[in-house]
Design a protein around this ligand. Structure first.
Ligand code: SF4
Length: 498
């Protein structure tokens, strides 16, 4: 059966599916309001539940895979040390990589930022008369706004990763770095494909939908003028790079057209090809809980008769390398494990972060691009440390989140309400007497104030839950004074008995 023929067994008569939640984007120069967007996401309970379940399933599978490897913690430590060493000698390894890549017949370019990256790639395409490009998933290109740039100059980009293609057809950014449409339900995809590809809107069978997309996209792939990939790792000693996918789409992007352009962040370097033995074992296990990606493709030279270009992109990475508290975020291998374990990410959806990177990783990366715009994000965390515990390269993510809160406060990036509330809380918590008075006052208010005075717009915490009931017998401090201090007065301690 061809992919886009309706499968009658899977065509179900169902009630109208819940509408897909669409968080509003913050305007230029404005702060992203994560809390408001998260609330919008939670107002679609079927989507919120499905998202939480799917993302948590990845975390659970990750744990199972990690436990099958006795030396898992040693691998994490080794990966972290390889990254520390590489970043400490990044200039040397970049030069080595460039020299070896050129010796292999690859053209190497350097881009200081996203705009330069887009300009360089555009020039290569113009030189070759490129009209259509097939592209594998790349978070770096998302950072650079590459697809939007290419739209603006009239070059068609066709995403070859199924998830990224779904997001492209829907005009949305990826909501997860490994599973871009993880916030969507199958009914959303069925609706989208019906609109964009003419498939059956009532058939949300995953095989049917994948087949419909494949039938629509394959002719575009075969007819493309150029292919683009990112890279998971770039190997200094060989001048080659490695791309990991589960669909083999990077291989299509790299091998079908004669022109291949790879965009690589400068932090992707590793010194030796044998280092892959560490990172490949960690990457897919941490990401999806599978032992390895279906395709782990090594590229080292242009294909016969073809041309290959690499664009090495900085886009704020050198600046981050100089940040004492935050440089180690450059170790990230984009596995998404920190997102899958984060209770805030799981319940708020990736698009509520309003940025290229969502979840704990996003909280520590996005402020390096624009501190004011993303100043709310480091507060979207419980600081429980689970992200740090699962990170395969041992980045101290929760400590960096806390560090960003301090930096943003010191540099005046907090909204007035948060600044005032935190300052008041700081004064109360610094004074035991003030704290006790505040607790007593609150307990009394909870008992006696009418509901409207407690549950209103000022009380964001109470919007989704009931406030705790105040204890009948006073505070813990009152209890301690009544019991322990009284007993201590009656019973001489051991030191006094002699
Ligand atoms: S910060 Fe760590 S856990 Fe999160 S995506 Fe990067 S490597 Fe994975």
């Amino acid at each position: 059966m061809s992919g886009n023929e309706p499968n009658p067994a899977a065509t179900l008569q169902r009630a109208t599916p819940e509408a897909q939640p669409r968080p509003a984007k913050a305007a230029d120069g404005k702060r992203v309001d994560h809390a408001r967007s998260a609330k919008q996401f939670l107002n679609a309970p079927e989507h919120a539940k499905s998202h939480d379940t799917r993302v948590w399933a990845m975390r659970t599978k990750r744990d199972k895979q990690a436990h099958t490897i006795e030396e898992w913690e040693e691998l994490r430590e080794l990966a972290s040390q390889i990254k520390t060493h590489t970043l400490a000698h990044l200039d040397t390894y970049l030069e080595q990589f460039e020299a070896n890549a050129k010796a292999n017949g690859i053209h190497v370019h350097w881009a200081a930022d996203g705009a330069e990256h887009n300009r360089i790639v555009h020039e290569i395409f113009t030189e070759h008369g490129v009209k259509r490009v097939i592209k594998a998933k790349s978070m770096l290109m998302e950072e650079c706004g590459f697809r939007h740039y290419m739209d603006s100059v009239g070059i068609e980009i066709v995403e070859t990763d199924l998830g990224e293609r779904i997001q492209q057809l829907d005009g949305e950014d990826p909501s997860h770095i490994v599973v871009p449409p993880v916030h969507k339900m199958r009914s959303d995809v069925a609706r989208l494909f019906a609109e964009q590809l003419g498939s059956d809107p009532d058939n949300d069978d995953a095989h049917y939908l994948a087949g419909a997309q494949r039938d629509a996209t394959r002719p575009l792939i075969l007819d493309a003028d150029a292919g683009m990939t990112g890279a998971n790792f770039a190997v200094a000693e060989t001048g080659g790079f490695v791309v990991c996918t589960n669909e083999g789409n990077a291989d299509l992007s790299a091998n079908v057209p004669n022109l291949h352009v790879a965009s690589i962040g400068i932090e992707k370097l590793v010194p030796r090809v044998e280092d892959m033995g560490v990172f490949i074992r960690l990457l897919s296990r941490s990401a999806l809980g599978s032992p390895i990606t279906q395709y782990t493709s090594h590229f080292r030279a242009p294909k016969q008769g073809g041309e290959m270009h690499i664009v090495l992109v900085d886009n704020g990475r050198s600046k981050r390398l100089g940040m004492e508290k935050f440089w180690s975020s450059l170790k990230c291998i984009r596995c998404g494990a920190c997102m899958n374990t984060c209770p805030v990410y799981r319940r708020s959806g990736g698009l509520s972060y309003g940025a290229t990177y969502a979840g704990p990783l996003g909280l520590i990366l996005n402020p390096t691009f624009d501190a004011h715009r993303y100043s709310n994000l480091p507060f979207a965390s419980t600081l429980n440390g689970s992200c740090t515990n699962v990170c395969p390269v041992k980045i101290n993510i929760h400590e960096q989140i806390f560090g960003w809160r301090q930096v943003l406060a010191e540099n005046g990036h907090l909204p007035w309400t948060k600044k005032t509330a935190l300052s008041a809380a700081g004064k109360v918590l610094a004074s035991p007497k003030g704290y006790r008075v505040a607790i007593k006052t609150t307990n009394s208010a909870l008992k006696h104030l009418p509901r409207w005075a407690l549950y209103n717009r000022m009380n964001a915490w109470g919007e989704g839950r009931e406030m705790p009931s105040p204890p009948d017998n006073g505070t813990f401090h009152d209890w301690y004074r009544r019991n322990r201090l009284k007993n201590q007065a009656k019973t001489p301690n051991e030191g006094d008995s002699q």
